[in-house]
Structures are given as structure tokens and as C-alpha cells.
Ligand binder design. Structure first.
Ligand SMILES: *Cc1c(COP(=O)(O)O)cnc(C)c1O
Length: 387
């Protein structure tokens, strides 16, 4: 069977997104295969790790098998378990909740600020109780959370912040680069993200006291990392861990992409800015709100429109589909999902998460999206009567 990733060209369909390719991936992968070092922690891992440190300014970066696994490591590193509660937004990807529920802890879902789709700091304060173990945040679409508000709450209650930065690589707010807000942060390199390795992730560690345990946890509970650095003369099983180490094949792909990070971001912002500018008038006339990051610098991970209601969300998606354009809604709130009901609770109905989920439409966006595709999407949207 052959899979043609350019099938959409023949059908003249504009896909929602396309994984980035720098063009150097194959050369890097061949180099790994020739080198004889194909497992994790080789030269491409070292290079990609260094680039991530440079982009985020995180103190320590460990490449992992996925973003979900990085979040899972964060939970275990903070000693999360049965009886603990973690506060997190309902409008997010399931991984943040998986990482909590897996340890036996309970998810306490809170609402979002409709201006950004990000966790509402006021609701975080209200949800804190004696069992609260951590606050988990996610920068939706790469738009920074109100970090000052969250950090001030975290300081007041002496709680760690876990940062899901799957969308936010390259973003910043005030003096904080995204990925350094939490004591632990997770990146994802799934192929839908700005930078990818097929599947993959990274754990960013912003408290040096957690580094040694994180290395051990990532290497099946052994002190192999210390052994490789010559710090111990044999390695053994010292803790319960798992196998969270990224393969050198994935790191070879990741490194070639990170090398092009500035170009990727420049290309994504090119598309993002055109949508924002060229849909301004149409939005104003039709009661539609464009994604408009109020705080900090975002990462151009998505571009979305907030429609008047659910009917117009559905109608715009159908209208674009008829024009051969794949646009989509996004997360279904976790608190009302089957697993969310079992592993989580809420203090009150999360009306903003529900409303946001039923109104947003994400437009196609990727680095390298042809100009005429962007033009076609804008023209098709502008033909749509908002209400
Ligand atoms: C993609 C994503 C993840 C999961 O990352 P994987 O690498 O696929 O495990 C987690 N959180 C958010 C917000 C994501 O977008």
C-alpha cells in the first residue's frame, strides 16, 4: 500500500495542517543508522536538547517519548497520588488529565477566560483546598496564560505549577519564556505541533533538585545517566521508573526541525498575520471575534475565529468543507467527557469552556502553506454570512 501525503493536491483540498519538513531529516536519520548508536541519548539528542535550552532558557531539558509522557513524569516527580487533587482547565487536551488520573489523584476542572481559552486564575483560587497538590496550566494556541496571576496564587499557597507547553514553544510573557513558568513543563513533538519528530516530547525542569530523579525515572528507574557521565562505576535499579527516553532516530528528525525554528515561526506568523488582517473587516461586520492574544508573545500555533454561536460554528465548517477547505473546532470539555466524570470533579458548571468549545473554528495553518491557499481560505471565509 502506498500512502500519498499529497493526495489533497490532486483533489484540490486544503488540509488543516501539514507536518513541517526541513529537508535535512533523511540525512540526519541516515547518519544515526550508520553510526551504530540508534537508541537514545546520542549526539542528535544532545544537539536538540541544547537548541531547546536556547529557545526556552529552561535550566534542564530531557527529551522524552511524548508530551504525554513528560506530563506523566511531572506528576510522579511531584509525588502525586491517591487523595491528591490537581487543578486544571476543562478546555485542554486529555493528556494533562491522564497524567493526573494515572497516579490516582483527582482532576479538579476549572473554567477558562473566554478571551484566550486559558485557565481562569480567579477560578483557580476558588478551587484550592487542603488536598490541592498542584496547578496545571496550558497556553492555548500558544497564547500565554496570565502568568503573573497564576504564579502569585501558586506562591500564596505554596503550590507547584505544571506547564503544558505543547502549543507554546517560542512564546513569552514579560520576562518569562513559555516552558519556564512551571517548576516542570512539557513540550510535545507530535507531527501536528510547530516542531515535530513524528511523535516525541520533552520535559523542561526548572528546579535543579528534580533533575537527578527525572533522569532516573526516564531510564527505567536506573542511574544509567550518571554511569554514562562517569559519576558512578556501575548502574543499577534505584527507583521505580519507566522507559521515557526518546530514540536517536526521532532526535535526528527533531534536531533538523529545531535548526529551522526561526524559519518555521516566521512562516507561521506570515499566515497568522494575513488571517488576522484580512479578516478584520469581515469579522467586525459579522459579529465574529478573531483570535487576539491580549498578553505577551504567542507562538502562532493556531488561528481561530469565535463565532456567534454553535449553529454558525457548524455552518462555517460545512461552508469551508464545501469549498474544499478543512477547518475544525477543538477540544470537547474534559469535565463532561466520560473519563472526566469518573476521574474529575467541578465546583460549578464550566459555562465558558462549553461556550468556547462550541464557538471556535480553527483555520488551516502550517509553515510552508502556499500563499494562494491562504488567499483561498480568506476568500471562502469572507463569503460566509456570520449570522
Ligand atoms: C499534543 C498535545 C499534548 C500531547 O502530546 P503528545 O506528544 O502527543 O503526547 C498534550 N497537551 C497538548 C495541549 C497538546 O496539544
Amino acid at each position: 500500500m502506498t500512502i500519498d501525503k499529497n493526495r489533497h493536491l490532486a483533489l484540490d483540498i486544503i488540509p488543516f495542517s501539514m507536518p513541517f519538513s526541513s529537508g535535512n531529516e533523511l540525512a540526519n536519520v541516515s547518519e544515526v543508522l550508520r553510526s551504530g548508536h540508534v537508541h537514545g541519548d546520542g549526539i542528535f539528542t544532545a544537539r536538540a536538547t541544547e537548541r531547546l535550552v536556547e529557545i526556552t532558557s529552561a535550566d534542564h531539558v530531557l527529551l522524552t517519548t511524548s508530551g504525554t509522557h513528560a506530563l506523566e513524569m511531572a506528576s510522579y516527580l511531584l509525588g502525586m497520588g491517591k487523595g491528591d487533587e490537581v487543578i486544571l482547565p476543562s478546555f485542554t487536551f486529555p493528556s494533562a488529565a491522564d497524567a493526573v488520573a494515572r497516579t490516582g489523584a483527582t482532576c479538579v476542572f476549572v473554567d477558562i477566560d473566554p478571551a484566550t481559552g486559558n485557565i481562569d486564575p480567579q477560578q483557580v483560587s476558588e478551587a484550592i483546598g487542603p488536598r490541592t497538590k498542584a496547578i496545571s496550566i496550558m497556553h492555548y494556541g500558544g497564547v500565554p496564560v496570565d502568568v503573573d496571576a497564576i504564579l502569585s496564587i501558586a506562591r500564596n499557597y505554596d503550590l507547584p505549577v505544571i506547564e503544558d507547553n505543547a502549543h507554546g514553544l517560542g512564546g513569552s510573557i514579560g520576562e518569562h519564556r513559555l516552558g519556564t513558568v512551571g517548576i516542570l513543563a512539557a513540550q510535545s513533538f507530535h507531527d501536528t505541533k510547530n516542531v515535530h519528530s513524528g511523535e516525541g516530547g520533552a520535559l523542561l525542569i526548572n528546579d535543579p533538585s528534580l533533575v537527578e530523579r527525572a533522569e532516573i525515572m526516564r531510564e527505567k528507574g536506573t542511574n544509567r545517566s550518571q554511569f554514562l557521565r562517569g559519576q558512578v562505576d556501575k548502574y543499577s535499579w534505584v527507583e521505580v521508573g519507566s522507559s521515557y527516553l526518546m530514540s536517536e532516530l526521532n532526535a535526528a528528525v527533531l534536531d533538523s526541525q529545531l535548526e529551522s525554528f526561526d524559519d518555521i515561526q516566521h512562516a507561521r506568523f506570515g499566515v497568522w498575520d494575513r488571517y488576522s488582517q484580512e479578516l478584520e473587516e469581515w469579522s467586525a461586520e459579522n459579529g465574529v471575534r478573531r483570535m487576539s492574544p491580549p498578553l505577551g508573545i504567542h507562538s502562532a500555533h493556531v488561528f481561530y475565529l469565535v463565532m456567534a454561536d454553535w449553529e454558525s460554528q457548524t455552518a462555517l465548517i460545512s461552508h469551508l468543507r464545501a469549498a474544499g477547505i478543512i477547518a475544525t473546532f477543538h477540544y470537547v470539555p474534559l469535565d463532561s467527557s466520560p473519563a472526566g466524570r469518573r476521574y474529575g470533579r467541578v465546583l460549578q458548571p464550566l459555562t465558558q469552556s462549553e461556550d468556547f468549545s462550541r464557538r471556535i473554528v480553527r483555520l488551516p495553518l502550517w509553515a510552508g502553506m502556499p500563499e494562494d491557499y491562504v488567499t483561498r481560505v480568506i476568500a471562502a471565509v469572507a463569503e460566509f454570512p456570520g449570522r
